[in-house]
Design a protein around this ligand. Structure first.
Ligand code: GTP
Ligand code: MG
Length: 204
């Protein structure tokens, strides 16, 4: 499936589980902790500056946002988890929303789990990865903000990541930067191949 990334529409935003609705197209879901760069990655893929709202302040995306790409697939931007400075009520709302969504019986074609390349993954990242694996969901790992590392540090992190993510060594790993564009063509290639994959791996 070759996607025309200029044909994009923010179809709807969903703030509470009851607003979730069934869609007729496959969904590619971007997940990760707050501030990891989910919205920036979507903007970079779509070659837009601020279609998906980004912010240096974590907690920018507070709803699940569905972008329809070329009438073929949805990019789904999730609110990030793990941000300490939001109220407990808001954290609970996000958690229940994301939980409700990922457990739904939907046409998930791929989960893209973002992790900041500079730091070991968090407990919540691990929970997400373990969930995808257990539920037999198709997923990949994207290591973000690679431009923030100098060459030496980058190489050191490559070695460390092999150990840190050894439980998920069979999962494709993309190194990404929304500043330099590293990883953009690799990701797009994965999306092109997606329709050759078994689209739905429901645990039910
Ligand atoms: N240098 C650099 N900065 C980045 C990169 N990706 C994101 N950022 C910055 O990191 C901050 C957070 O990015 P967002 O895309 O808003 O992060 P998010 O994961 O959508 O965050 P939430 O909406 O809070 O879940 C912004 O200041 C971005 O400019 C990257 O690849 N390189
Ligand atoms: Mg965001």
């Amino acid at each position: 499936m070759v996607l025309n990334y200029n044909n994009i529409e923010l179809e709807f935003c969903c703030g509470i589980p009851s607003q979730l609705r069934a869609l007729s197209l496959p969904e590619i879901v971007f997940s990760g902790r707050s501030n990891v760069g989910k919205s920036s990655l979507i903007n970079k893929l779509l070659n837009r500056k601020s279609l998906a709202r980004t912010s240096a302040k974590p907690g920018k995306t507070a709803t699940i946002n569905f972008y329809k790409i070329d009438n073929s697939v949805y990019f789904v931007d999730l609110p990030g988890y793990g941000y300490a400075n939001v109220s407990l009520a808001e954290k609970k709302r996000w958690a229940s929303l994301v939980n409700a969504y990922i457990w739904e019986k939907r046409n998930f074609s791929l989960f893209v789990q973002l992790i900041d390349i500079r730091y070991p993954h968090t407990e919540s990242d691990k929970q997400m990865l373990t969930f995808f694996k257990k539920m037999n969901r198709r997923f990949i790992i994207v290591l973000t903000k690679s431009d923030k590392l100098k060459k030496k540090e980058y190489e050191r992190r490559l070695g460390e990541l092999r150990l840190e993510l050894c439980e998920f060594e069979e999962i494709p790993r993309i190194f990404f930067s929304s500043v330099t564009g590293q990883g953009v063509s690799e990701l797009k290639k994965i999306f092109v191949d997606i329709d050759q994959w078994a689209m739905i791996n429901f645990p039910y």
